[in-house]
Design a protein around this ligand. Structure first.
Ligand code: NAP
Length: 274
């Protein structure tokens, strides 16, 4: 039996076991995917033990993504650029680390707004861990300008220097003047996440009518950010598909089948959130 895991601390909130479990059943694979809590002080040893363990690999989530980045034998291009690993697998007894968040984000955009790659000017709200993957994906999509807008300006500045000259850092009060030029805006902050403080929710009314609006927060599915864009008649893409698509490359590596992101899977995962 092929075995994989998701590890983090704490880990019980993760939807990944249900997501991979759905595919294991759908494809009739003799395998398992389990949540495996590892405390931060034990995580490096956990990585050292992996090559001789029963696991084919697994996913890594908060707070272990940066420690995994620093301790694998080999990184893929996305993980190298993003500075964090969310997927582990073994190749010739070497522990490999990849980052599939940027892939998941792009695949979700490709599915629901296939024209998103035609834009030139993007705004990324937020400068946390997720923003790094989103910026990598938007650069890869060919955008010419990426404006990183964050409540704490210094974090936006740090992030812009990590990437390309195409990235520019801004404080939150600069957002109104950036909106009218944007082809694409994505929220990577936790504003609007169920139970969070939404007092800094931006007014999107000056966005061009052709702008595409996305949020990577998916609880609730229609965040206040997406709701206000929908009310303005703008094209929107929610964040659930990013979660589903980012799981595809790992499943294929561990279990040998490239799984499909279907509407049945989406409905199943949505049903778990409600
Ligand atoms: P993080 O590293 O903690 O960063 C949080 C970001 O949100 C920072 O930019 C922070 O600004 C900003 N922020 C937090 N509260 C705010 C508020 N009240 N007003 C304005 N800005 C605020 O978190 P992360 O890992 O990047 O994750 C961010 C969100 O993305 C989470 O909700 C997470 O669930 C979601 N996510 C979704 C997916 C998916 O698959 N769809 C994947 C990854 C993450 P400061 O720098 O000023 O603190």
């Amino acid at each position: 039996m092929k075995k994989a895991f998701v590890t983090g601390w704490p880990i019980k909130h993760s939807k990944s076991p249900m997501l991979h479990g759905f595919w294991l059943k759908q494809y009739g694979i003799d395998g398992s995917y389990e949540a495996y809590g590892v405390e931060p002080e034990n995580f490096e040893q956990f990585l050292k033990d992996l090559p001789s363990s029963e696991f084919m690999g697994g996913n890594v989530t908060i707070p272990h993504k940066e420690v995994a980045f620093a301790n694998v034998d080999q990184l893929d291009n996305a993980a190298s650029a993003i500075g964090a690993v969310n997927t582990l697998w073994l190749e010739d007894e070497k522990l490999c680390g990849g980052n599939t968040d940027a892939y998941g984000f792009s695949a979700n955009m490709d599915q629901f707004a296939p024209d998103w790659k035609n834009g030139k000017n993007a705004i990324v709200l937020g400068a946390g861990g997720a923003a790094r993957a989103i910026i990598f994906a938007i650069l890869d999509a060919g955008y010419e300008q990426i404006h990183i807008v964050n409540r704490t300006y210094e974090r936006a500045e740090n992030l812009s220097t990590l990437f390309d000259k195409k990235c520019h850092a801004h404080s939150w009060d600069k957002l109104p003047e950036l909106l009218s030029e944007a082809d694409f805006i994505v929220n990577t902050t936790s504003i609007g996440m169920a139970g969070s403080d939404a007092s800094m929710m931006p007014d999107l009314s000056t966005l061009p009518t052709s702008a595409i609006v996305s949020d990577i927060v998916y609880i609730p599915l229609e965040t206040p950010f997406l709701k206000s864009a929908n009310e303005l008649g703008l094209q929107t893409v929610d964040g659930l598909g990013m979660l589903l698509h980012q799981a595809v490359p790992g499943f294929e590596k561990w279990f040998g089948v490239r799984p499909e992101v279907t509407s049945e899977l989406r409905d199943y995962i949505l049903g778990l959130s409600s």
